[in-house]
Design a protein around this ligand. Sequence first.
Ligand code: NAP
Ligand code: ZN
Ligand code: ZN
Length: 373
Amino acid sequence: MAATTQNGGKVATTEEDRRKVFGLAARDSSGVLSPFHFYNRKNGEDDVTIKILYCGICHSDLHQVKNEWKNTVYPSLPGHEIVGLVTEVGNNVGKFKIGDKVGVGCLVGSCHSCENCIQNQENYCSKLILTYNSIDTDGTITYGGYSDKIVVNQHFVVKLPENLAMDKVAPLLCAGITVYNSMKSLGLNEAGKHLGVVGLGGLGHIAVKFGKAFGMKVTVISSSMKKREEAIKQLGADDFLISSDPQHMQGAIGTMDGIINTVSAKHNLVPLIALLKTKGKLAMVGAPEHPLELHVAPLLFGGKTITGSLIGGMKDTQEMIDFAGEHNITAEIELIGADYVTNEAMKRLAKADVRYRFVIDIGNTLYSVEQLG
Ligand code: NAP
Ligand code: ZN
Ligand code: ZN
């Protein structure tokens, strides 16, 4: 028995197919999150159940809860930077055991048989199931990591390196793989090349760290001076430009092999294209809600490319996490309690006022807000 939701998905309703879960969900586009009880499927043969300890807050969560991409199904329970401990494994699960430290990113399902899936690019599968706001294999709506537990097919679970702090690893599951994959596909992982990183937020600051670990020269292009000192002293960037200052940008024209653009809102691409060398590439990973204007001439002169990139496949996600483990790379985070999520966090994220990722301490604080529901 299942009830139908507005996008044709189902919500599990029988005792046999459900498992009680608690989390924080948005009920409308106000951006406010509040306590929400729901049901997950029970652990299947190929599934792993994870007790969630930490979950990062990606700007995509904010776009989604505010329905900025016009596809949100409410209640919407975000969170796709999930880390926790395995509490149950199905009979077919060989890769994980109870107690393992694991992570789940943006993907929880794909078809496993299309060209993209076969080439380990599940992120581009047309039947891709996202961690939240998607329809799961059993027809239910997926709910994300701002919750106490999640059931995930083992293929979409990665092992975490023992040497990294779990709270600081969480953002790698989306922000980390997104920038790692786009950098790798554009050849922006080679020592000596010059990488530009536009927008120093959750994605951007990890791109700086990966860029330095690959041995590149890294220049941050930011909307103000505010993050300059941290970018250089704390994150290791070599240079820092202010996008709105033409004089400042002038000195870097034609110097970059590639740029990772993480900006979450409408902005001008022309000054960024100008920073590229001949044949340079600009990867769009930010997903502004409004269309950007594209002036073609700056692309023609210099044979430049603008491309897009969406998160990454599971093989690359494990590779990225292992690379982070080897190079001791984690996110800079503000660890927050569940109560902060229900009021301040989304407002501050909207103003780019986070250093550099909010991570929710689910394990220690989630139940403290249960009585608010
Ligand atoms: P974030 O932490 O909010 O960082 C975005 C940064 O963009 C801000 O810190 C700010 O950097 C800059 N920015 C914001 N508004 C701006 C404006 N109006 N003009 C110029 N710069 C502005 O967000 P995030 O979590 O890194 O995510 C960034 C974007 O990537 C979002 O749109 C998100 O949905 C998208 N995303 C895409 C993928 C993918 O697979 N492609 C995966 C994850 C996220 P400064 O302060 O330095 O200017
Ligand atoms: Zn994300
Ligand atoms: Zn597929």
